[in-house]
Design a protein around this ligand. Structure first.
Ligand SMILES: Cc1cc2nc3c(=O)[nH]c(=O)nc-3n(C[C@H](O)[C@H](O)[C@H](O)COP(=O)(O)O)c2cc1C
Length: 248
């Protein structure tokens, strides 16, 4: 982990965020992700090794614990702070919960009151109201939003503006603006990953965008299977034009 952190620092990373949150079987099965939380010695050694290896900030992302009876996030947070970890994000579920139930906003408060470093609260935030409620119940210094941003990348800016009381914060993008965002996002992925890989990586994003527009499953799947970026771009234009016409 220390070596990997150093390599990434050399490649220009600004921050190393250690992931002790992932509940996926293939990750937990190799004792990685949230499995690390149950072995506090191992967790401490990893935190120390990474912290010693780099000069950029090291942060930690974790769950509340392994299961309801072993919610050791507050203790691990203290260990992390002692090691010099700069910020801690807590997803308010245990590993055993995976994505079931609701994130426990109040439990995150136990982490917040255990440390001085900033604590970021995460789990099930879909709106500014959710973010406010999470901040109130957890006492956290900030929030992290995950799944709600799928196909809706403007949500982070909208929630952030609303929390800061900026004017126009509640305004959702129009369909024409959403079309622009999809096309810009798609072009950026092709430019970044190259056309072949970009086209493949973009599929899930296009799926999320179109699901949120209420596009027919068949049309959506068909578009996601298309391996010609040019055709995908034209089809997106047609889909959004049709939506505009239907709404008119
Ligand atoms: C497909 C997927 C991949 C994820 N990958 C990571 C990851 O690599 N590292 C991490 O810390 N969390 C990961 N998470 C967890 C999210 O960061 C977040 O903690 C979780 O989804 C709860 O927040 P949300 O309700 O806002 O989505 C992943 C979640 C999903 C759904």
């Amino acid at each position: 982990m220390g070596e990997a952190a150093r390599l990434n620092q050399d490649l220009g990373a600004d921050v190393i965020d250690i992931n002790m949150g992932c509940p996926a079987k293939k990750v937990v099965g190799t004792l990685a992700g949230s499995a690390i939380m149950r072995d506090e010695d191992l967790a401490t050694r990893i935190l120390r090794a990474v912290k010693a290896a780099v000069s950029i900030p090291v942060t930690l992302k974790m769950r509340t614990g392994r299961d309801h009876a072993n919610r050791n996030a507050p203790r691990l947070a203290r260990i992390a702070e002692d090691v010099g970890i700069a910020m801690i994000t807590v997803h308010g579920r245990t590993r055993d919960q995976a994505f079931q139930g609701r994130a426990d906003r109040k439990f995150i408060y136990n982490v917040k009151k255990s440390v001085q470093v900033p604590v970021i609260a995460n789990g099930d935030i879909e709106s500014a109201a959710d973010a406010r409620d999470m901040l109130r119940q957890s006492g956290a210094d900030g929030v992290m939003i995950g799944r709600a941003v799928y196909g809706r990348p403007w949500l982070i800016g909208a929630v952030s503006s609303a929390l800061r009381g900026l004017p126009g914060a509640g305004r959702a993008p129009t369909r024409a603006e959403r079309h622009d965002i999809v096309q810009v996002h798609y072009a950026a992925m092709l430019a970044h990953y190259g056309s072949e890989l970009g086209c493949r990586i973009a599929r899930k994003h296009l799926g999320w965008y179109l699901t949120r527009e209420g596009i027919d499953d068949e049309v959506r799947r068909d578009l996601m299977r298309d391996d010609s970026p040019r055709r995908v771009q034209d089809r997106l234009t047609r889909i959004y034009d049709d939506l505009e016409r239907c709404a008119a």
